[in-house]
Write a protein that binds this ligand. Structure first.
Ligand code: PNS
Length: 169
């Protein structure tokens, strides 16, 4: 008997990954056999960290997740110059999983979800963000760190250290 892996994509710019992202990725992996974390370029945002470093941050943080046999596999891949719907088609993934912190996120995510469904039928599954991570976003964390604020616990420690180093450099 052949079985088909249930595969989902967690897309984002992850510049850098936050504890909120990691929560959504790990919860997505509890729902699917395989999760591909797709690190994509967002044309609306100027990058802070190179894509290779963003991926390394995510992979390091995932390696620190507590063991959970019920969790599907997770891998991280970069994608450039492609629509998310084409990435998902190439990966044979019928769904993307995204976290929603509140109504502002919904207003931002909803048109993309509708557009992706219009283009190829790609579905979007929204997970409610854990309330303890509701105030965390990559951009806010970067702003706080830029002015010397402590972002410990909001991002993995290596990300915090890299943000501190950016400020010093
Ligand atoms: O973490 P972000 O920056 O909110 O992620 C947005 C991202 C990268 C998922 C979105 O910009 C995207 O899907 N980019 C790939 C290009 C694409 O498909 N654009 C049309 C979206 S409807």
């Amino acid at each position: 008997m052949t079985t088909t892996a249930r595969r989902a994509v967690c897309p984002g710019s992850f510049d850098p990954v936050t504890c909120g992202h990691l929560d959504v990725i790990s919860r997505a992996a509890s729902l699917y056999d395989e999760v591909v974390v797709a690190v994509l370029h967002n044309p609306a945002k100027q990058g802070t960290f190179p894509v290779e470093q963003r991926i390394a941050f995510i992979e390091d943080a995932l390696a620190d997740l507590p063991e959970d046999p019920a969790r599907g596999s997770i891998r991280v891949e970069p994608f450039a110059g492609k629509l998310l719907v084409d990435v998902c088609r190439d990966l044979d993934a019928p769904v993307v999983v995204k976290g929603l912190r509140g109504s502002t996120d919904f207003a931002y995510e909803s048109p993309m979800a509708h557009m992706n469904r219009h283009l190829t039928g790609l579905e979007t599954l929204f997970l409610p963000g854990d309330p303890s991570f509701e105030h965390i976003s990559s951009s806010l964390v970067k702003e706080v760190a830029r002015y010397g604020g402590d972002v410990t616990g909001l991002v993995p420690d290596p990300v915090r250290d890299a943000l501190v180093a950016l400020r010093a450099g």
